[in-house]
Design a protein around this ligand. Structure first.
Ligand SMILES: [Zn+2]
Length: 353
């Protein structure tokens, strides 16, 4: 018998942890951290003790106590004893935090299946953020068109359009028919065709079940849902109507939105200024030829903004090793001050100061 158990993603946003079992085969679809995770118990710096492994998480019922799922070191101070893996794999649909973050607790022997691009995102996050550590796993990479066999199950990843590249839905062919897992999906983005292709393939399977996240479902849509083309037109209107400096912001891994701002800046004869973190991500994503993104090391229209650090002299040693790679493209506050009308500053929320 095929069964589905939802250990996360129900009555909450994100945090998907869907266990699919078929005979003796057990796989998880995503393994993320929900928004607002643990907020009844923790806040800001009052957080679960990392030295305690999963202890604090189990204490407050924040993660399921499942045997054969977690890393041995995570269980050290808990009442769950370590046993060898009883799960055959985890399939990640895309690199958003609420779909991937809790793989850091998993037994490193459990394979993690993910898209080629998703792996690039996770690597970049681990390198450029102090708190991301997804740890070692056997990472198995897939692309659209692959059929991944796990025991008797065949999992077919199909690309979809979402606010991060390399997002997938899954067609899971089980002994009782096909189960469809949409992942996070949109139809108003620039790659609507990929979403439509997924829908067509899913229909053709005549699925027995479909799992779909519905956090934005409303009877009457009151929000404005702009397509990427509309965002492009509106931001072009803003930039072309001023001779002053322009600041843009976006979700940091929304590369469609970056491409939009990059193109609008270029059209208006401006260069786009990014953080070293964005430069690093762009430089890694150049490996994915489908994405058509500029390489900050080669593209003359991309500059990299370096914040003033302790020495005040913008010296190499002021910056992390991964940040130093882009110092040839460095601009500082003085340059920005003098060239305000020629720049578009691509900053995230935490860089506004
Ligand atoms: Zn998402």
């Amino acid at each position: 018998m095929v069964s589905l158990t939802f250990y996360g993603g129900v009555n909450e946003i994100g945090g998907n942890k869907v266990l699919l079992e078929d005979g003796g085969v057990r796989v998880f679809l995503d393994f993320g951290q929900p928004f607002g995770f643990g907020e009844d118990f923790f806040t800001s710096w009052l957080s679960p003790r990392s030295v305690n492994g999963l202890g604090d998480f189990f204490e407050f019922g924040l993660l399921p106590k499942l045997k054969g799922l977690y890393a041995e070191e995570q269980l050290r101070f808990t009442d769950v004893s370590y046993v060898k893996p009883r799960f055959d794999g985890v399939f990640l649909s895309h690199a958003h935090f609420d779909h991937v973050d809790h793989i850091r607790f998993l037994d490193p022997k459990i394979p993690v299946h993910l898209g080629v691009g998703t792996r690039l995102f996770l690597e970049a996050m681990e390198k450029t953020s102090g708190f991301c550590n997804y740890r070692e796993h056997p990472y198995r990479l897939f692309r659209t068109g692959d059929k991944v066999k796990v025991g008797s199950l065949v999992v077919e990843p199909v690309h979809i359009d979402h606010s991060i590249p390399a997002a997938y839905g899954f067609l899971i062919h089980t002994s009782e028919g096909t189960v469809v897992y949409t992942g996070d999906v949109r139809a108003h983005g620039p790659r609507r065709d990929m979403t439509e292709e997924f829908i067509e393939k899913a229909c053709a399977c005549e699925p027995v079940a479909m799992i779909c996240e519905g956090t934005r479902m409303v009877e009457k849509e009151r929000r404005k849902n702009y397509s990427e083309d509309e965002v492009k037109r509106l931001s072009d209107g803003v930039i072309s109507s001023t001779g002053k400096v322009v600041f843009v912001t976006r979700y940091s891994r929304d590369m469609d939105r970056f491409r939009t701002f990059y193109n609008v800046a270029k059209k208006n004869g401006r260069k786009i200024v990014v953080s070293p973190k964005t430069a690093h991500l762009l430089n890694r994503l150049v490996d994915d030829e489908h994405l058509d993104l500029p390489d900050p090391l080669k593209d003359e229209d991309v500059l990299v903004y370096y914040k003033r650090k302790k020495s005040g002299e913008f010296k190499e040693k002021d910056y992390y090793v991964w940040e130093r790679e882009f110092m040839d493209k460095m601009v500082t506050h003085e340059f920005v001050h003098k060239n305000q009308g020629n720049l578009v500053m691509d900053l995230n929320f935490y860089q506004f100061e």
